[in-house]
Design a protein around this ligand. Structure first.
Ligand SMILES: [Fe+2]
Length: 290
């Protein structure tokens, strides 16, 4: 396995490994510690069908299920795509494209769910010839460098997360859709401490709509200030997608966002989110309801 840094502060490219062959005994014992340490792993030239994608995900933990009712199960692997069923592409103004646009706000996946995500395993299926990219920052590196004054404001805080809040920033009508209002609000601690190595990272997202114990204006000002700090140029890694690329990132220590592409061309990425569990530090993140 050849390992190369992809950013001075985080991220690792791993070559010479076939993710379809990885199991609990082979490969995973090296991949998991790299995930804990580097937060973002890049595996080029992979060939994973949905079954292999799911098998890889299962090594990290339970697959996230966002289905809104037991009678309407969602596909096990979700497609992040501008292609409709069949061959046509979504057009400007369509709610699916607006949703993809909301993914272009700096976010962490699934902070609005009752069980947030540990990881996303994202795989390039169809890449437009005009190119497409995604951007990442490490909230661990940004937290480490944060000025003490701002750090003090954020430490020992709890943030309220709401899916509809981030969608409302793009389109108020989009935010009214059931899939964005269904989960209500969740409260998570502002800092996620990695139980393996004790490293702290700011836990924040475009879904963060308030800070417990702070007024609305003051809370949103702090959230903006924190996101602005973390998303400075020096923390950004921009990934230019190629066919067969797989990225796995630690949702506890990263923010990411989509970048606009030419919507006249198909771009399809397949994604599996893995839910965080007790051993990933989930219980320490909960609001202590008294
Ligand atoms: Fe995302």
């Amino acid at each position: 396995m050849i390992k190369t840094a992809i950013h001075p502060r985080y991220g690792l490219k791993l070559e010479g490994i076939d993710l379809a062959q990885v199991s609990a005994e082979i490969g995973y014992p090296q991949i998991r510690p790299a995930f804990e340490q580097h937060s973002l792993l890049y595996f080029p030239n992979q060939e994973l069908n949905d079954a292999a994608h799911l098998k890889l995900g299962a090594l990290f933990g339970p697959r996230e299920d966002r289905s809104l009712s037991p009678d309407k199960p969602l596909p096990q692997v979700s497609m992040v795509s501008n292609r409709k069923q069949g061959d046509s592409l979504y057009k400007k103004g369509d709610s699916r494209l607006l949703d993809l646009q909301a993914n272009m706000l700096w976010h962490t996946d699934s902070t609005f769910l009752p069980i947030p995500a540990l990881a996303n395993i994202l795989l390039a299926r169809v890449i437009p010839c005009s190119g497409t990219s995604s951007e990442f920052v490490s909230t661990r590196a940004a937290w480490e460098d944060m000025p003490a004054e701002l750090k003090d404001k954020a430490r020992d805080r709890y943030l309220i997360h709401d899916y509809a809040f981030s969608r409302r920033k793009i389109d108020p009508k989009l935010a009214e859709q059931h899939k964005f209002t269904h989960w209500g609000q969740q409260i998570w601690k502002s800092i996620w401490t990695n139980p393996e190595n004790g490293k702290e990272a700011l836990y924040i997202a475009s879904h963060a709509c308030a800070v417990v114990g702070m007024g609305q204006v003051e809370g949103l000002k702090l959230i903006d200030e924190l996101i602005n700090w973390c998303t400075q140029e020096q923390y950004i890694y921009k990934h230019h997608w190629k066919d067969g690329d797989v990225l796995i990132w630690d949702e506890r220590a990263m923010l990411h966002r989509g970048v606009p592409w030419n919507y006249e061309q198909e771009r399809s990425l397949s994604s599996i989110c893995i839910s965080a569990t007790t051993k990933d530090g989930l219980e320490e993140m909960r609001y202590p309801h008294r």
